[in-house]
Every structure is written in structure tokens, then in C-alpha cells.
Design a protein around this ligand. Sequence first.
Ligand code: SF4
Ligand code: SF4
Length: 162
Amino acid sequence: MFTEIAKGLYTTLKVLFRPKVTIRYPDEKKQRSARYHGRHELRTYDNGLEMCIGCELCQVACPAAAITVLAAENDPANPHSPGERYGYKYQVDMLRCIFCGLCEEACPTDCLHLTQEFELADYTRESLIYQKDRLVNKLPSSFKVPGNVYPPFDGRKVVVKA
Ligand code: SF4
Ligand code: SF4
């Protein structure tokens, strides 16, 4: 009897001063790796134009059929993106996504980016199907419109339209 109690106390004391492996989530969050695949964002150029050209390569690359892209022609007087087309409709179904990152790799303009954000829980199916209004990042950007887009873009500033 005494031996068992002593054994139990020894085990308790042995682990009592070890560094904790748990954290106080959600007040504390673990550092994620630089290559972590979280929630998607669609980047914009520094002049406000969308980087997405509606090429649909991300949709084709997705093994989970989570992305839907519909492209439309740009109005040359009031374009959404440099080039002929833009992503008129862009939708990511977070319920299907397996966060593999293949869509990001397929994107020819570096528009599509998987961020570090991982807290995506919500209450309805609809709220987990992200549309452009939740995907386009409207924060100031340092990406410049490349000089080889067709038709050439004159460099004017525009307002981001989501
Ligand atoms: S991360 Fe993978 S599964 Fe998710 S949308 Fe991109 S390609 Fe599809
Ligand atoms: S996000 Fe990239 S790959 Fe997808 S449609 Fe837009 S430009 Fe093409």
C-alpha cells in the first residue's frame, strides 16, 4: 500500500516541474510555420487593381473542387484587373478545402495566397462558402502591376471593387 502511494507521488513529482506542452488557447496561439496553409486571400496591386485575371487555373488545380471562378471581360475604361479578364465571381468552399495549397501554386499572378489564419469555425454552411467580399484583401499592397500585361495598363490608380 505504502509502496503504491510512494510510486504515485514520485510520478507526480517527476512531471510537476517539466515545461508545459499545452498553452492557454485562444488567449495564446502557437507560432505557425511560414509555409502554413490557412484561409485564402486574393491580393491586389498597389494601385488597387485586383491581381486575379480570372484564368481559372486554381479551380482546375484544386483536387477537392472547392474553388469556383467565373471570368468576365474588363471594361478598358474602368478595369478590375490589368489584362483582358478578371474574376467576376470567385468562391471558395471552406467545407471542401483540404488546405493543400495547390491552388496557390497554380496561380500565375501570385494573386491567390493562403494566409496563416486558421480559426474558420462558423455556424452555417453558407457562411463557410467565401465570396469575393471576404476574399479580396483591400489592405495597402506593395505589388506592382507587371510591365508585360496585355493590353498594357496605363498605371492609374483605381478603387478596389469587391
Ligand atoms: S488549398 Fe487545395 S483544396 Fe483548398 S482550395 Fe486550394 S487547391 Fe483546393
Ligand atoms: S486566383 Fe490566380 S489562378 Fe485563380 S483565377 Fe485568379 S489569377 Fe487565375
